[in-house]
Ligand binder design. Structure first.
Ligand code: PAF
Length: 286
């Protein structure tokens, strides 16, 4: 593990590969944390986990255009590169890989990674094309960095599931390690999008995690069908001023609708508060 080293900013794939090659020759292991920047304490948890796992840590910061829909917030997505690098330095990250768009997408690509089933519902249905964009860029980043380990947060649980499927289906030689959602003191899941909330919305946003916690109790009590619990919570969130995309009780391993016989459950939700779309989830074992 390295401590106290300066974080090297690298923009070019060739330079990154040359450094990685040297580490490989020296027999060092490499952990990778892909991000879109605007780093918060949740990202830093991923970085700390990566540091504990491998000799070297690479963090990418790239706001990937192909995972944003036309009406989504690509252009206004917060870009805070200098502050991000300072945070990575404080954790002695070895490399911040900060490519410009043309480095990742030099030509109009003819290849895309497309994942079915696990990517079809929830955020996949609400944001058509989103997971193809995520899978394609993560696959490219894995090919560029060639890490032994890659770290993803459980807040984006469907994304994590999509990446696991992709790596298994394509035999990508990387171990995917997930890190539990990091929360604010009141329970709100940390997210770069929280910074967009007004003071009033920020107070209200905590109701998302509260509703997940209540729904978890309802599932454990098994007093009614899961579809009825989902319906009630969609109604509750709507009454509280959210515009829910989904509130779904799923099997954790394949994200299909859970039945009363399933033991390992995750409740996934996405809801808009004003212009900001927030997601969260809660896991439970019966
Ligand atoms: O979770 C994110 O920040 C992005 O979807 C990722 C994995 C960095 C791909 O752009």
């Amino acid at each position: 593990m390295t401590t106290g080293t300066k974080t090297t900013r690298i923009k070019e794939i060739a330079r990154l590969r040359a450094q990685v090659k040297q580490w490989r020759i020296a027999g060092e292991s490499i952990a990778f944390v892909p991000t879109m920047g605007n780093l918060h304490a949740g990202h830093l948890q991923l970085v700390s986990a990566a540091k504990a796992q491998a000799d070297r840590v690479i963090v990418s910061i790239f706001v990937n255009p192909t995972q944003f829909g036309e009406s989504e917030d690509f252009s206004s997505y917060p870009r805070t590169l200098d502050a991000d690098i300072e945070k990575l330095e404080s954790l002695a990250v070895d490399i911040a890989f900060v490519p410009i768009n043309e480095e990742i997408y030099p030509t109009r690509a003819m290849t895309e990674v497309s994942i079915s089933q696990i990517a079809d519902n929830y955020c996949g249905a609400a944001r058509p094309g989103h997971f193809n964009g995520v899978a394609t860029v993560v696959s490219k980043l894995f090919n560029i960095v060639q890490p032994d380990y890659a770290f993803f947060g459980e807040k984006d649980f469907q994304q994590l599931a999509v990446i696991r499927v992709m790596v298994a289906d394509l035999n990508t030689p990387v171990e995917i390690i997930s890190v539990p959602t990091f929360r604010e003191a009141d329970g709100l899941a940390m997210s770069s999008r929280n910074g967009r909330l007004t003071e009033q919305q920020r107070k209200q946003a905590v109701k998302l995690y509260q509703s997940l916690s209540l729904a978890k109790q309802a599932v454990l009590a098994k007093q009614c069908a899961y579809t009825e619990i989902e319906r009630q919570f969609i109604q509750l969130l709507t009454a509280q001023g959210f515009k829910p995309d989904y509130f779904s009780i799923c099997r954790r391993h394949d994200l299909q609708a859970a039945t009363l016989d399933d033991k390992h459950i995750i409740i996934l939700l996405a809801a808009r508060l004003g212009k900001t779309r927030l997601i969260d989830n809660i896991q439970l074992d019966i």
